[in-house]
Design a protein around this ligand. Sequence first.
Ligand code: CA
Length: 472
Amino acid sequence: MPSKPPNLVFVMSDDHAAHAISAYGSVINETPNIDRLAAEGMRFDHCYCTNSICTPSRAAILCGTYNHVNKVTTLDTPLDASLITFPKLLRAQGYQTAIFGKWHLGDAPSHRPVGFDAWEVLPGQGEYHNPEFFTPQGKTQYSGYATDIITDLSLDWLRSLPQDQPFALLCHHKAPHRPWETDAAHASMYADTTIAEPETFWDDYATRSAAAQAAKCRMMDLTETDLKAPVPAGLSEEEEISWRYQCYIKDYLRVVASIDDNLGRLLDLLADLGREHNTIVVYTSDQGFFLGEHGWFDKRFMYEESLNMPLLVRWPAQIEPSSVNDDMVVNVDFAPTFCEAAGAAVPNDWQGRSLLPLFQGETPQGWPISMYYRYWMHRDKDHEIKAHLGVRTKRHKLICFYNEPLGQPGARGPTDPVEWELYDLKADPFEVNNLYGVSGWESVTQELLLELKRLIEEVEDTPPACLGDRTA
Ligand code: CA
């Protein structure tokens, strides 16, 4: 336990996949400032989202609980403002607390941020250009680009703080969320480059569930608003798909470049203020994203690109530079980590585990070797992605598309037949070869099914009927 409470700068972007960060081995872009956190701190290589979508992930991060507990299961379930969150606990511990940028946990006055000395947040998804913000006084609008403005608000607040009081700043970018609108400074980046299509770009979903085939997040599902240009005449369908990918991925990477520049400004100010040493700086995203893998954009699925969260943590007082952690961690672990670092008691009903021992390079005995995932928003109106749950270990993944709306807000019928997928992530890291039902995989399937049921019991979730029927 640190003697002096550390400060916290928690930078979270929206939909920034780890594979668009050079510290994670991106082959399509460079992120020098995010990479600084990896060089000066710790990179987590197995950080996963327990429900890969904006609002639920944000609730899990604030509350330290899974979505069936905090009840923020879909995009249409706002956060109950009375729930205990880590900013509330840090504030009670004497921290100055603030959030600037994306909130996305409900726009009604009763769902605005609680537990912050200062806050200015975007309504809903917010706008990239000249965005409005909700403030404690009402509403205000700024001229400029959201990523710059959110950073400016963060820098101004940091400059205003007394030196002798700990602080927790949540700098939550709207970017790089759809529709990937760039700022002028990055508008012509990649103009003369062709970005390589990922290995699974032309996936035919041959071995997979109907859910993968039905998902409406293929390049042909991008709208003219997303593309920002009319489709050129005379292209074959294949040529058009490739053309659409270039439009999409270049804008995505331009928007990411602006986040990276602005993170640099934030890191520079911390150095100027002399507050680097005992400040925990976190860079993460609310979930991952498909960057053309399987022919898709978007998230929601339990597949790797969407499940993976980037997590980079710099804390010079406690973390060795250039360290890499290989343990399995989830977004539910963030809140107890920040509370323990601040010396605040972690509520008994929280479900995450503090990462502080991992920061020290120590993996506690009994640390999880599997994680539980559940996406509730069956056949969401935009992408038609089906309700599923599953377990991931270091080696395997078992997914059950249980395919029922179960009365969840934003989930829709009809119910579809149950389907299963099984992947060997060592032999098949891109998850194109579904092994469920394949001869020779029965015992692995049975072990994973048992582990899935154990996790459901551990986190006290209610399984769908199809899991109750399957006797172990
Ligand atoms: Ca998101």
